[in-house]
Ligand binder design. Structure first.
Ligand code: ADP
Ligand code: BMX
Length: 504
């Protein structure tokens, strides 16, 4: 009874060197044991009669003794034989631990428990599950432990089995939490789950294990960051880059074949980037249109004619041979812009390009689904999407209607030179965009609205939009910024998303 009291709310340190390792000798085991006791451990767990005897000669502190054996005809390793119990008792153990699992075994749990009693010692049943504990308690053991959880088949877990500790506590008061307790938080969790004492082993006394944990943790940081093949597929152009940790290493651009199909666009990307094969670990596809559950569809076929729903992630990963993550282009750009600076305030990204797309980052999270599809909201007429007159193709069509057929870029140049027809077109677009930004400010109140896209980033566009906003004099003035990453926002954003989501 006194021993149970001593071990109440205690830390027990298991001093078991790696077999055959540099510390596998009595002086080290005794040293670890005395060091642990000097710093607040109340008990020890020691393997083999030889080490129990050596530690016993050095201290009166409670010792849980065990003997590990690798048997040919039984998976049971911890104190399998009655003779082991006797040897441990003779060597000076106070508590004798044995495997209490329900597996083929040389001696029954009942016989071992009886042998411990016969030797005048207390017993600890190393259990893998609650049923092991039930049987062991029925056989009269003094302590039940979670030691064997995770070691009777299947992959070895990383974390301790705190749930088993809590379940054991429902059966008996003297519960020892043991197994994979590596951190202060895990030890506390075991205590909170009701353990009457906690055993920590490797994390204190296996230098090889602790060293390897640190080595692996550092390897993760020192390992070269993975490279992603990041693609921005818009209604007008496709950009593909190799990206590493937000750095764009190389880029190719091609025109989007607007008469093509998802299969032909992916094939064109694979062809244009064939020289980069083997250099990337994942592919990220930022695409115009909506992406949900790896499937891609158009919101507005005028921006790009994607027929039906296309399984873009499955199709592309078969072609590229690495995991593929797809997302909407403007959402990816929103994420790229969010990650590009230290500013953690909410942002809305808007691209004015072949269509008008958007993305929202709120509380540090990218909103998914179809959020940000501002271009699909109705315009004042009520019967067409806002983007039909707030995009590059509308500028070109309007220029042609006015007898000045040219690309939007040339319309901007003409507007810069003060040509009235061009100024009228650009002012129209800027006014509509200014209204949209004011409405977004009222709906979402972002700290900033970041602008991208061929038209959005065109020279002078933002200044004209700001002038229109001043003219409106809104109750809440949106803070507009040009994309820090320029046309690469989508590329950088999807590269990061690809690494985040590739295993999900
Ligand atoms: P995508 O829509 O494929 O993502 P962009 O962002 O480049 O591609 O947007 C394409 C639209 O932007 C086209 O209508 C194009 O004419 C127009 N555009 C591209 N570059 C400029 C520029 N420098 N000035 C004005 N308009 C541009
Ligand atoms: C359209 C829509 C959005 C896209 C936006 C910008 C389609 C095909 N696309 O509103 O999903 O984000 O255009 O795309 O419905 P871009 O091609 O102009 O860059």
């Amino acid at each position: 009874m006194a021993l149970k009291e001593t071990l109440k709310n205690a830390l027990i340190v298991s001093c078991q060197p790696v077999p055959g390792g540099a510390m596998d000798d009595s002086p080290y085991v005794v040293g670890f044991a005395l060091a642990a006791l000097s710093a607040g451990a109340s008990g020890l767990r020691i393997e083999s009669a030889r080490y129990v005897a050596a530690v016993r000669a050095a201290t009166d502190a409670p010792i849980i003794g065990l003997i590990k054996r690798d048997l040919d005809d039984s998976p049971v390793r911890i104190t399998p034989f009655i003779d082991d119990v006797r040897a441990l008792a003779e060597a000076g153990a106070d508590i004798i631990a044995f495997d209490a699992t329900d597996r083929t075994r040389p001696a029954t749990v009942e016989a071992l428990a009886q042998a411990v009693r016969d030797a005048g010692k207390l017993s600890m049943a190393d259990c893998s599950c609650i049923d092991d504990a039930r049987r062991a308690l029925a056989a009269g053991v003094d302590f039940v432990g979670s030691t064997m959880s995770g070691y009777t088949g299947g992959p070895e877990p990383v974390d301790p089995d705190i749930e088993l500790v809590a379940a054991l506590r429902q059966l008996a008061p003297d519960v020892i939490a043991e197994g994979r307790i590596r951190t202060l938080e895990q030890a506390q969790a075991a205590a909170r789950a009701g353990a009457s004492c906690v055993v920590v082993g490797s994390a204190i006394t296996r230098t090889e294990h602790v060293t390897a944990w640190f080595r692996e943790a550092l390897d993760e940081v020192y390992a070269p960051a993975p490279v992603v093949l990041a693609v921005d597929l818009g209604g007008t152009k496709i950009m593909a880059s190799l990206v590493q940790q937000g750095e764009v290493l190389e880029t190719v651009s091609l025109a989007t074949d607007r008469s093509g199909s998802p299969g032909s666009w992916i094939a064109a990307i694979a062809e244009a980037t064939s020289g980069w094969r083997g250099r990337y670990a994942a592919v990220g596809l930022a695409v115009t249109g909506a992406v949900r559950n790896g499937h891609w569809r158009a919101m507005n076929k005028a921006t790009l004619g994607i027929e039906g729903e296309f399984p873009i992630e499955a199709h592309a990963s078969a072609i590229f041979g690495v995991p593929v993550v797809a997302a909407n282009d403007a959402q990816a750009a929103a994420w790229g812009e969010f990650k590009a600076t230290q500013d953690r305030s909410d942002l809305v990204f808007i691209t004015v390009s072949t269509g008008l797309g958007g993305g929202i980052v709120s509380n540090g999270r990218l909103m998914r689904g179809i959020s940000g599809h501002f271009g699909q909201m109705r315009d004042a007429s009520g019967d067409r999407p806002l983007e039909s007159r707030l995009c590059g193709p509308w500028i070109a069509a309007e220029a042609e209607r006015l007898g000045h057929a040219c690309e939007p870029k040339a319309v901007f140049s003409a507007a810069d030179l003060g040509e009235a027809w061009a100024v009228g077109i650009i002012d129209d677009v800027a006014r509509r965009f200014a209204h949209l930004c004011c409405d977004i400010q009222l709906a979402i109140d972002p700290a900033r609205i970041v602008i991208g896209g061929g038209v959005g980033l065109a020279t002078g566009f933002l200044d004209r939009v700001r002038a229109e906003i001043s003219a409106i004099g809104p109750s809440a003035v949106p803070r507009l910024q040009a994309a820090t990453l320029g046309p690469k926002a989508g590329i950088v954003g999807i590269a990061d998303l690809a690494l985040t989501y590739k295993n999900q």
